[in-house]
Design a protein around this ligand. Structure first.
Ligand code: DX5
Ligand code: ZN
Length: 227
C-alpha cells in the first residue's frame, strides 16, 4: 500500500503582519494541512497566537474549489484542557498536546475528541513513547519533535529518526489509522530520510516561508518523497 504523504507548513515562520495572505499563499503552493504553533511563554519560552487568531485564519484555509484545508493545532501550553476547548471552537481540525503538559492525558484526549477534533500526542526530543502503551487506541496522530519546541529555524536532531521508527512499529502493531508527523528542521534534503524512518506527515516552517517561491519548496519536498 502506498503512503499518502502530507506536508504541513508551519505559519510560525510566516509574516505575522500578513497572516491571512500567507495562509492563502501556502494553500495555493500545495499545503495539505496548516500547522498552527501555539506557545504560551510558560511551557515553552516563546509566545505566539491564540484561538482568536485561529478563528480569523480559518476562512483562509480553503482551496480554490472550496475544500477546507485541515488546521493542525500544535499546543505548546500548560495546562492543556481549557485552551484545547477554545481551539476546538475556533475551528481546529486536529489538536495535539504534549503529554508532560497535561495532568490527565487520557482526559485531555477525550475532551479534544468530544469537541469534534482529532487528537494527537507530541513527544519532545528527550521524551519516551511509553504513554502510548495506554492511549494509542484513543489517538489519531503522533507528533515526533525533531527540535526542542519553542522556535522555528533550528537544526534537525537525528535521534528523532529512531523515535519515528519506534512510533511506526507501535502504530503498525495497533492496527489503527494513526498519522505519524515530524516537526522541526525538515527540509527538501532530509525529508526523504524522515519518510524512510516511517513518517507520513511533515511540518516545515522556515524551509517554506524562508523562500520566495513556496510552491517550489513544496514541489521539491514531494519530489524527494516520490524519488
Ligand atoms: C517548534 C514548532 C515547529 C516550527 C518548525 O516549536 O513546533 O512547528 O515551526 O520550524 P522549522 O521547520 O523552521 O524547524
Ligand atoms: Zn509545531
Amino acid at each position: 500500500m502506498s503512503t499518502t504523504y502530507r506536508i504541513a507548513p508551519s505559519i510560525l515562520s510566516a509574516d505575522f503582519a500578513r497572516l491571512g495572505d500567507e495562509v492563502r499563499s501556502v494553500v495555493v503552493a500545495g499545503a495539505d494541512w496548516i500547522h498552527f504553533d501555539v506557545m504560551d511563554n510558560h511551557y515553552v519560552p516563546n509566545l505566539t497566537f491564540g484561538p482568536m487568531v485561529c478563528q480569523a485564519l480559518k476562512p483562509h484555509a480553503v482551496r480554490s474549489d472550496g475544500t477546507p484545508v485541515p488546521v493542525d493545532v500544535h499546543l505548546m501550553v500548560q495546562p492543556v484542557d481549557s485552551l484545547a476547548a477554545a481551539f476546538a471552537k475556533a475551528g481546529a481540525d486536529l489538536i495535539s498536546f504534549h503529554p508532560d503538559a497535561s495532568g490527565h492525558v487520557h482526559r485531555s484526549i477525550q475532551a479534544i475528541k468530544a469537541a469534534g477534533c482529532q487528537a494527537g500526542l507530541v513527544f519532545n526530543p528527550a521524551m519516551g513513547l511509553d504513554v502510548l502503551d495506554w492511549v494509542i487506541e484513543d489517538i489519531d496522530l503522533i507528533l515526533v519533535m525533531s527540535v526542542n519546541p519553542g522556535f522555528g529555524g533550528q537544526s534537525f536532531i537525528d535521534s528523532a529518526l529512531r523515535k519515528v521508527e519506534a512510533a511506526r512499529r507501535r502504530i503498525d502493531a495497533s492496527g489503527k489509522d494513526i498519522r505519524l508527523e515530524v516537526d522541526g528542521g525538515i527540509k527538501a534534503d532530509n525529508i526523504r530520510r524522515v519518510a524512510d524512518a516511517g513518517a507520513d506527515t511533515f511540518v516545515a516552517g522556515s524551509a517554506i516561508f524562508g523562500q520566495g517561491d513556496y510552491a517550489a519548496v513544496v514541489r521539491a519536498m514531494r519530489a524527494a518523497l516520490a524519488a
